[in-house]
Design a protein around this ligand. Sequence first.
Ligand SMILES: NC(=O)c1ccc[n+]([C@@H]2O[C@H](COP(=O)([O-])OP(=O)(O)OC[C@H]3O[C@@H](n4cnc5c(N)ncnc54)[C@H](OP(=O)(O)O)[C@@H]3O)[C@@H](O)[C@H]2O)c1
Length: 264
Amino acid sequence: MTPPEPTASPADFSLLILGGTSEAYQLAADLHGRADTGLRVISSLAGRTAQPRLPAGESRVGGFGGVAGLTAYLRAEHIDAVIDATHPFAGQMRWNAADACAAAGVPLLRLERPAWRAAPGDHWLEIDNWDEAVAHLAASVPATRRVLLALGRQELAPFAALDHCHFVIRSVDAPDPQPPFAHAELVLARGPFSLADERELLLSHAIDTIVCKNSGGGATDAKLAAARELGVRVLMRRRPPQPDSPSVASVAAAMQWVAARAGK
Ligand SMILES: NC(=O)c1ccc[n+]([C@@H]2O[C@H](COP(=O)([O-])OP(=O)(O)OC[C@H]3O[C@@H](n4cnc5c(N)ncnc54)[C@H](OP(=O)(O)O)[C@@H]3O)[C@@H](O)[C@H]2O)c1
């Protein structure tokens, strides 16, 4: 990959936000309000969705080309600090960021929202991968028959082997190609979702099991409250491991980290 040309505009301090989450959008918006202070903020999106919402301020879209590409980008753009605010289930970028920042000598902060925790009345089964979820669904015939898959559209394929289940697939964009499910219907929707909407979705489709990831945050947690109310079982995927980088759980804490480094 050819390193990008350095930009002409000088800045006292250049921050790269690895984004794709509501926290990353919020951080970019909050920092953009202070752009007159000599702080340059670049948000980076992977470009997975067809029409991504662009963050406030400067942004770029698309992969960097692995650790080498990101290292070259950090050097070419004279990045002073990186905040990895990618999704809790974006399993690769955090490792690339850790390696590239170490190689380029750039400080790195991980911004990750807290995980959801089971509350009284929840029927959760925690799993580490989708094969475990498939095994549990296969073993629970006929108790499990109507399943809401609330996961990424690239993650659906392992469930297509379960022809005793009727799947309701909720996704931002339609899966392309859609795996060969025996019984499935698609619900295209983008969060946040309200409790009333989630209750209606579970009831109208007679859902008995939800399969989802422990993404955390308030945009998509209403399905868990609705499941609790209705006695719906949840197969909850635990988060993947992450590098040993400094980490904060809120945008406010990330703002303080930037202020301490940028002297703003
Ligand atoms: N996984 C999820 O459940 C989920 C949910 C909501 C949003 N997202 C967002 O969607 C994006 C992709 O998710 P993923 O699970 O495919 O991530 P991933 O497994 O961590 O990353 C795969 C590759 O995508 C590129 N990439 C990821 N995040 C990027 C970013 N912010 N800017 C530029 N390139 C990026 C990198 O390509 P190169 O190696 O070429 O640099 C990376 O190696 C992430 O930014 C994440 O925040 C993910």
